[in-house]
Design a protein around this ligand. Structure first.
Ligand code: COA
Length: 700
């Protein structure tokens, strides 16, 4: 990916469409650049003016007095292409196109946007937008946007697909006292996308945490690779909207984006270590925690509270959020019992009682934070007649300084009585909430990030022996020649077999005697299944006969199946009857695949059989970069895993064989993009090995 250094730190800027009229965006941008403290050269461009905001104005970029590294374009859409071309010819490297009226408006706008992207490509320019607010960087400093105001300097990079979100969050940040390293309004993402800015922010020394609001991702593969790299370096927190059906429609009309399915996004975020949040408050709560507190070393949380109820709420939440209540050492308990009033609870949660003043909090916190079994601390304070919110806040700040490696968050419950105390904490970079739940959620987000970051790398490229691409290709060619979209069962079994996935022997017969001859070869018992790509539920139309034990049973079975199909589905094309070796029963599993438009193959694993849709014990993963560790995790997330490990004295199933099948399956669907959907259901798992029984494959 190209570097964005000159984009965020240009030596010179031109504002094309600069204006003297204070109500025009072209005027606001000039003012913003000047007032941000930007120290490079600034060239307003406007054919009608000689001077704007005290700066010499130029009629065109063609006669700018020095090379321009960044051009901010704010002219009507009908002029943008010509202006962009001029920029390209004059060696401008970076564009910000504020102008609206592109793909978000429909077909014509999309056509225009494609041309604009083409110009950027032709002249090797990097472009933010079109249809964006622009960007801000507090460390350059530069405000190349039309937002009102400039953020406080800080360590949070905020990347947003919604311009309105940029403007309103900026405004809110002043009252919250929150600082940012960068604000980026992505707009239509015709050239630079979220992936480019995530990559840059991950290496930016001024950014500690990356926040994104997105409605879709532009390039699934690029996003996955970038997010995975970035998450190893710093927390990447994403709020993705458009998860509901109605939300997805709104997202499409908002930016013209085609929203991918949420399931694929969920898998993408999980596999790349992204911390997914579901609301704006959660996004910023976590950002504040990450920006201001150290990342915990473990999951053990201590609570110090002055009242029982909130302590219990916090305890419940700790369990709910996959954290653990810390167990104190004997020494800690002894010290607490010696120094706190007899009525106090000295075990976790530590209850310092309703009459606790600052000194009692200080004492309890100091003992708790010093305990080796505590990774992070949550301090709760309920407003009461004798509490000292401000003094307590100061005590918390002082104690926390002695334990810089342990995160500390607080919840000061109440209104005006605790407001000053909460403010004191926030000013000292200790996140303070009104209720315990977001405090615990913040710790939980930090812990799950630490778990991902500390995982050993597992990027080994999987390679398997006995992969027969030729056979797969010839089967797919035959299906294409026949003008079919669905493979016959015998073809599907042969196809997965070619990739080393064991499947029950399945042979197509067109005559009753032929079927019986095959059964003799395969060995009894056998199953007969009608072979027709059009018949999905074969049992329902009498198209299946199982447990056949002799030549005669098979011959007769063939005839009976054909007669039934004649009655129930006389017009459907039937290729014959498949003779399949009847496999001993194992644990019924499903392995499936559907293709996501953004992220490619999405595989499913879980409990198989006829109740799949009812039981819904299925987990999903994207195949892109899927590691063996993730495959094992995929299996272990399902309830089927309990069965596979040996439920109620049953012998355990061959989990290694299942992992290998998932790996081979991943390779198959990656190697053949024309395979659009697969359902292996059931695939039997045995004590030794596995065997696919029913395989459905659809191609494009
Ligand atoms: N080069 C330089 N300046 C030019 C020019 C050119 N080729 N052609 C025109 N100009 C000047 C105009 O003369 C005008 O200056 P003036 O005020 O001195 O007359 C200035 O550029 C702006 O052009 P104008 O026609 O007045 O447009 P505008 O300012 O009313 O609107 C946009 C321009 C880009 C703001 C508008 O088209 C737009 O897209 N608005 C929506 C922006 C938005 O919401 N973005 C997304 C946020 S999420």
């Amino acid at each position: 990916m190209a570097s964005l250094t000159s984009f965020f730190n240009p030596k010179s800027i031109a504002i094309i469409g600069a204006s003297k009229s204070p109500e025009k965006i072209g005027n606001v941008i000039v003012k913003n650049i000047l007032s941000s403290g930007y120290t490079g050269k600034v060239f307003p461009i406007n054919p009608r003016e000689k001077e704007i905001n005290g700066l010499l104005c130029y009629p065109s970029i063609n006669i700018a007095p020095a090379p321009v590294e960044l051009a901010v374009i704010s002219v009507p859409s009908s002029m943008v292409l010509d202006v962009a071309k001029d920029c390209g010819k004059n060696g401008v490297n970076n564009l910000v196109v504020i102008t609206a009226g592109f793909k978000e408006t429909g077909k014509e706008g999309l056509r225009l946007e494609k041309k604009l992207a083409g110009i950027c490509h032709q002249y090797k320019m990097q472009m933010l937008g079109p249809n964006c607010v622009g960007f801000m960087d507090t460390h350059t400093p530069i405000n190349a946007s039309f937002a009102a105001g400039f953020p406080l300097k800080g360590e949070i990079a905020f990347i947003s697909q919604s311009g309105a979100m940029v403007i309103s969050i900026l405004d809110w940040s002043f009252s919250a006292g929150l600082g940012f390293s960068k604000f980026i309004s992505l707009g239509n993402k015709a050239n630079l996308t979220e992936a480019h800015f995530i990559e840059h922010a991950a290496d930016d020394p001024h950014t500690k945490v990356i926040l994104c609001y997105i409605e879709d991702v532009e390039n699934g593969t690029l996003f996955l690779e970038t997010a995975r790299r970035a998450s190893r370096k710093k927390p990447l927190i994403i709020l993705k909207s458009g998860t509901s059906q109605a939300g997805a429609r709104a997202a499409s009309s908002h930016t013209g984006a085609l929203a991918g399915s949420d399931l694929a996004y969920e898998a993408a975020f999980r596999q790349s270590g992204v911390i997914r949040v579901r609301s704006m408050p959660e996004l910023f709560d976590l950002a504040i925690a990450f920006a201001n507190q150290p990342i915990p070393r473990g999951e053990r949380v201590a609570i110090v509270t002055n009242s029982g109820g909130p302590g219990i709420v916090a305890t419940d939440n700790i369990e709910l959020k996959n954290l653990k209540m810390a167990h104190f050492s004997r020494d800690t308990i002894k010290q607490l019992s010696q120094r706190l009033p007899g009525e106090s609870n000295i075990y976790n949660p530590v209850d310092v009682l309703g009459d606790a003043k600052a000194e009692r909090y200080r004492l309890a916190m100091d003992k708790v934070m010093a305990d080796q079994g505590v990774d992070s601390t949550v301090v709760l304070l309920c407003a009461g007649g004798v509490t000292e919110p401000v003094e307590t806040a100061r005590a918390i700040i002082e104690v926390s300084k002695n334990y810089p490696e342990k995160p500390l968050v607080a919840a000061f419950m109440g209104g005006e009585q605790v407001a000053e105390g909460a403010k004191t904490l926030a000013a000292a970079r200790i996140p303070c909430f009104t209720f315990p739940e977001p405090a615990i959620s913040s710790i939980s987000g930090m812990v799950s990030y630490a778990r991902f970051r500390d995982l050993p790398k597992d990027d080994a490229v999987l390679s398997y022996e006995n992969i027969d691409k030729k056979t797969v290709k010839s089967i797919l060619d035959q299906v294409k020649t026949d003008n079919r979209l669905v493979l016959l069962g015998s073809e599907a079994a042969k196809l997965i077999n070619a990739y080393g996935i064991p499947a029950a022997t399945t042979i197509l017969a067109t005559q009753p005697e032929e079927a019986a001859d095959m059964a003799e070869k395969i060995g009894y018992p056998v199953v007969l299944k009608v072979a027709s790509p059009k018949i999905m539920h074969k049992t329902d139309v009498g198209g299946v006969k199982s447990g056949l034990e002799s030549f005669e049973e098979v011959r007769k079975g063939f005839i009976e199946i054909m007669e039934k199909i004649q009655i129930y589905m006389p017009r459907v094309a039937v290729y014959g009857v498949e003779v399949q070796k009847m496999m001993p029963k194992g644990i019924e599993l499903i392995i499936g695949m559907t293709r996501d438009i953004q992220f490619g193959p999405l595989i499913a694993f879980g409990l198989g059989g006829i109740y799949v849709n009812l039981i819904k014990d299925v987990s999903f993963r994207l195949t892109h970069g899927l590691s063996v560790r993730e495959m094992k995790k995929l299996i272990s997330e399902t309830k089927a895993y309990s069965l596979l490990r040996g439920y109620r004295g049953e012998p355990p199933a061959d989990i290694e064989a299942i992992v290998e099948v998932i790996g081979r399956f991943t390779k198959l669907v990656t190697d053949f993009p024309e395979i659009t959907e697969v359902d292996i259901n059931p695939i039997f798992a045995y004590n030794k090995g596995v065997s696919a029984v029913d395989v459905k494959i659809t191609v494009s």
